[in-house]
Design a protein around this ligand. Structure first.
Ligand code: 13P
Length: 254
């Protein structure tokens, strides 16, 4: 595939997998994907499995991600986990502002921006999620929603920090529904996102930012989605929970 940006395919395991199940999954991925060099591979297990998974992927081509983190450093924040704690497990990426957290934990763009800046300060790469709901799309507000989320969630970033950020475009109506955005819908949203990034930073920076698509990615649609000029990878939910489907998504994307 001829794109200047290296594809990045990440599995967001969400609230799934006990430690034993996580080890089985990641050992299988390690075995099946050992020769893959063309794609950056990331798994984001729940916090409880980070310690064991990081040991299992030592000396492999799979990198570790977390699904959230606090905007604060150490202190009186019951139930929270800070960047330095993630670093202890060699976490490299952190998913921030997932639509499930925006919905259930009421995370705002401002909170997400603070978390992402804390991630950058700790040299963790944030995967910042954005995406419109079905009502917003039907009401013709998609671009406005995406632009507001981008400007808010990336507020205060330097161009260098933006370059080290991954954007995940996850239309809410496509998450866990089996309904995938068509390749045209995905490409046009990604191209729009890149235009907004250029206006936030500049053209050169925007060209270097990787934009993942997420929402019912599966082996059968991965190739077409990943071949779009502005689609630089995938954030995979359900299909990342099994060795075979995640492996096929990666192999079909190369
Ligand atoms: P599904 O792949 O299960 O639709 O989930 C997408 C997602 O939310 C990844 O973060």
């Amino acid at each position: 595939m001829n794109k200047d940006r290296k594809l990045i395919i990440a599995g967001n395991w969400k609230m799934n997998k006990t430690v034993a199940e996580a080890i089985d999954l990641v050992n299988g991925l390690k075995r099946e994907l050992a020769t893959v060099k063309e794609v950056d591979l990331v798994v984001a297990p729940p916090f409880t499995a980070l310690s064991e998974v990081t040991r299992a992927i030592l000396d492999s081509n799979i990198r570790l991600g977390a699904q959230n983190m606090s905007e604060h450093n150490f202190g009186a924040y019951t139930g929270e986990i800070c960047a330095a704690m993630l670093k202890e497990f060699s976490v490299r990426y952190v998913i921030l502002g997932h639509s499930e957290r925006r919905q259930y934990q009421k995370e705002s763009n401002e909170t997400i921006a603070r978390k992402a800046l804390a991630a950058h300060a700790a040299s963790l790469k944030p995967i910042v999620c954005i995406g419109e709901s079905l009502d917003e799309r039907k009401g013709g507000q998609m671009e406005q929603v995406l632009e507001t989320q981008l400007r808010g969630s990336l507020a205060g970033f330097s161009n260098d920090q933006l370059e080290e950020t991954i954007i995940a475009y996850e239309p809410v109506w496509a998450i866990g529904t089996g309904v995938t955005a068509t390749t045209e819908q995905a490409q046009s949203a990604h191209a729009f996102i890149r235009r907004v990034l250029a206006s936030i930073a500049d053209e050169a920076t925007a060209r270097r930012v990787r934009i993942q698509y997420g929402g019912s990615v599966k082996p059968s649609n991965a190739r077409e989605l990943m071949s779009q000029p502005d689609v630089d990878g995938a954030l995979v939910g359900g299909a990342s929970l099994e060795i075979r489907s995640f492996t096929e998504i990666v192999k079909n994307s190369i």
